[in-house]
Design a binder for this molecule. Sequence first.
Ligand code: HEC
Length: 116
Amino acid sequence: MNHVKFSHFLRALLAVGLTSGALAAQAQAVDVAAADALLLSNKCAKCHSVDKKKDGPAYKVTATKYKGKADAEAKLFTHLTTAPTIEIDGVKEEHQKIKAKDDAEVKNLVKYILSR
Ligand code: HEC
């Protein structure tokens, strides 16, 4: 390979690397401000915080619990949208069903929680 062709080759490699890196970042990007706003408007902080246990588990604990599980996002989406039965101090109640403008907003929050 002569020198000119080799530098073309390097540039092409670099371009591929940058593009796939950008795509990966986009796939994982969490809109933190939107997630915070949704938590606030739903008053989730009454029972949850990122790192302290309240009536509900800390988001960090939940993130650890689901780490590496392929169905994590689906499980949490269901948890937030179907009001499953939970227990607080031995009393059964329905988990709060999230109010959001669309599924994408809930999915963004799920990604936020799983990345704490
Ligand atoms: C009245 C208290 C209360 C409120 C309000 C509440 N939660 Fe929870 N949440 C709980 C409890 C208790 C659990 C634990 C349920 C269990 O492990 O059985 C829980 C569990 C969770 C989990 C973990 C589910 C899992 O599969 O491990 C997430 C995530 C969560 N809540 C998010 C939220 C969000 C987001 C909101 C606001 C829309 C919210 N919660 C509002 C009490 C609450």
